[in-house]
Design a protein around this ligand. Structure first.
Ligand code: GDP
Ligand code: IMO
Ligand code: MG
Length: 424
C-alpha cells in the first residue's frame, strides 16, 4: 500500500489541517514528518475550532493511529498543552498517538536561542515563530541534539545539562537583552517530559514498514509550505526543514517508490506570515479585505498574514518539486465579491518574461505579470456541489487546471469540515 502525501504549496496555512481531517476516514495512519510547533493546523467541526501544532490532524477520529515521525521536532511543553486541550475535548491520545524515538526535542534554551538570533538580526529578522525550530534543527544536523529515545536512558540529564550549558554561552555570545528564568523554564520542561513519557515511543520507520506490509494506508501530513522549504523556499526567509515531498521520505523513513498520491493544497489567493519576498502582495484595500474576510491571522502566533493574488509561477514550481498529482483549492469563498480577480502568470526578470521561479524574487529583481478575471458575487459557503458554482468560479478553476496541468479535486468553501466540495 502506498503512502499518500498532503503538502502545502505556498507559504503555509493553506488549510492542511482541515483537509487531513476530512481525508482521515480513508486512512489507517496519519503521520507528521517535519516541522514542529511552528505549525498551527486548524480544524472546525460541530461548531468548534481546534488548533493542532505537533499532533497530527487525524487525532479526532477514533481507531486511527497518529504518528509523530522522526523528522519532527517536539517541544514537550507545547505537546503537553495540546494533550491537555484534547483531553478537555474528550480525546484520549494514549492508545492512538505514537512518537518516533528519533524525533528531536526542543529544549527551553533552543527557544531562547531563537529569540536571541532573531533579535540580533534586527530588521533582517526571519520573522520566526520563536518556537526554537531553527536552533533545534541546527543541533540535529550538528549532531548535538537530544532525541525522544534519549529520555529513556539513565544518563540523559547529563546530556541535557551539557547542551543547555552550551546554549547559555551561545545566548551570551549574541550579546542581546534576552530576559529569562531558566529554572522556571526547566521545571516546566521536566514536568512535560514526564507526561511525554506516558505516551508510546516507537521505532517509527519499522512501524511504517510493517504497516505497509499489512496493507495499511498512510497519509503523511506536511507542515509549513513548499516556499518555506529549507532548500527550495525563499531562503533565508524559510523554516529549517524540508517541507516538500522529499521531506516525507527522510522524516518517516519511507522509500520514494512507496509514495502514491501527492495532494498539493493551495489557497485561491496567497498569504505569507513573517518576513521575506512576496511578489503578488497587495498593500491596498483588496489585500486588507482578503485578510479580514479570510480571517488571516496566524494560528500559532496570532500575527496578521500578508495577503495577495495567486502566484502561478510559484505554484507551478511547487507542483514540479513535489510531483503533485491532485490539487485542492482552499478559501474560494473568500474571493466572493471582488469585481476583478488577478492571477500572476509570469514575471518580468531582467527585461525578459519568465515563467519559472528565479534565484531571487525580491521586488528589485522581478515584477509580476497578471491575467485578470471577472469575479463572482455569489456566497459559496452554503454550496454542496460544484454544479452550484458560478460561471466565473468555474472559469477561474479551469484556467488554473490548464496552466498547471493537474486536476483540482477539492474546492473548499469554508473552514468547516462539511464545507468541502469534491469535484468529479
Ligand atoms: P494549515 O496550517 O495549513 O492547517 O492552515 P491554518 O489552519 O493555519 O490556516 C487556515 C485557516 O483558514 C484556518 O483558520 C481555517 O479554519 C481556515 N479555512 C480552511 N479552509 C477554509 C475555506 O475554504 N474557507 C475559509 N473561509 N476558511 C478556511
Ligand atoms: P503551518 O504548518 C505559516 C514561517 C514563519 C517565518 C518562517 C520561519 O501552520 O502552515 P520558524 O518558526 O520555522 O523559524 O519560522 O516560517 N512559518 C510558517 N508560516 N505557516 C506555518 O506552518 C509556518 N511555520 C513557520 O512565520 O516566516
Ligand atoms: Mg497554519
Amino acid at each position: 500500500m502506498a503512502v499518500d502525501l498532503l503538502l502545502g504549496l505556498q507559504w503555509g496555512d493553506e488549510g492542511k489541517g482541515k483537509i487531513v481531517d476530512v481525508l482521515t476516514s480513508k486512512y489507517d495512519v496519519i503521520a507528521r514528518f517535519q516541522g514542529g510547533p511552528n505549525a498551527g493546523h486548524t480544524l472546525v467541526f460541530n461548531g468548534e475550532k481546534h488548533v493542532l501544532h505537533t499532533i497530527p490532524s487525524g487525532i479526532f477520529h477514533e481507531n486511527k493511529k497518529n504518528l509523530v515521525g522522526n523528522g519532527v521536532v517536539i517541544d514537550p511543553v507545547i505537546f503537553k498543552k495540546e494533550l491537555d486541550k484534547l483531553a478537555a475535548n474528550g480525546v484520549d491520545c494514549k492508545s492512538t498517538l505514537l512518537i518516533s524515538r528519533k524525533a528531536h526535542l526542543i529544549l527551553p534554551t533552543h527557544r531562547l536561542l531563537d529569540a536571541a538570533s532573531e533579535t540580533s538580526k534586527g530588521k533582517a529578522k526571519i520573522g520566526s515563530t520563536l518556537k526554537g525550530i531553527g536552533p533545534t534543527y541546527m543541533d540535529k544536523t550538528g549532531r548535538n541534539g537530544i532525541r525522544v529515545g534519549d529520555i529513556e536512558l539513565s544518563n540523559w540529564k547529563e546530556k541535557y545539562n551539557a547542551l543547555a550549558k552550551k546554549h547559555q554561552s551561545m545566548i551570551d555570545f549574541y550579546n542581546v537583552n534576552i530576559q529569562y528564568d531558566l529554572e522556571e523554564l526547566e521545571n516546566e520542561f521536566f514536568e512535560a517530559i514526564n507526561v511525554l513519557k506516558t505516551l508510546t515511543f516507537i521505532d517509527s520507520e519499522e512501524y511504517i514498514y510493517q504497516a505497509k506490509v499489512k496493507g495499511k494506508s498512510i497519509l503523511a501530513e506536511g507542515a509549513q509550505g513548499s516556499l518555506l522549504d529549507i532548500d527550495f523556499g525563499t531562503y533565508p526567509f524559510v523554516t529549517s526543514s524540508n517541507t516538500t515531498a522529499a521531506g516525507a521520505c527522510t522524516g518517516l523513513g519511507i522509500a520514494p517508490s512507496d509514495i502514491g498520491e501527492v495532494f498539493g493544497i493551495f489557497k485561491a489567493y496567497t498569504t505569507r506570515v513573517g518576513s521575506g519576498p512576496f511578489p503578488t502582495e497587495l498593500f491596498d484595500d483588496i489585500g486588507k479585505t482578503m485578510g479580514v474576510v479570510g480571517h488571516e491571522f496566524g494560528a500559532t502566533t496570532g500575527r496578521s498574514r500578508r495577503c495577495g493574488w495567486l502566484d502561478l509561477v510559484a505554484l507551478r514550481y511547487a507542483c514540479q518539486i513535489n510531483g503533485v498529482t491532485q490539487l485542492m483549492m482552499m478559501k474560494g469563498d473568500v474571493l466572493s465579491g471582488f469585481e476583478t480577480l488577478k492571477v500572476c502568470t509570469a514575471y518580468t526578470y531582467k527585461n525578459q518574461t519568465i515563467t519559472h521561479l528565479p534565484y531571487s524574487i525580491e521586488p528589485t529583481d522581478i515584477t509580476p505579470i497578471y491575467t485578470a478575471f471577472k469575479g463572482w458575487k455569489e456566497d459559496l459557503t452554503q454550496m454542496q456541489n460544484e454544479s452550484e458554482f458560478p460561471e466565473a468560479l468555474n472559469t477561474y478553476i479551469s484556467f488554473l487546471e490548464k496552466e498547471l496541468n493537474i486536476p483540482i479535486k477539492i474546492v473548499s468553501v469554508g473552514p468547516d469540515r462539511r464545507q468541502t466540495i469534491f469535484r468529479v
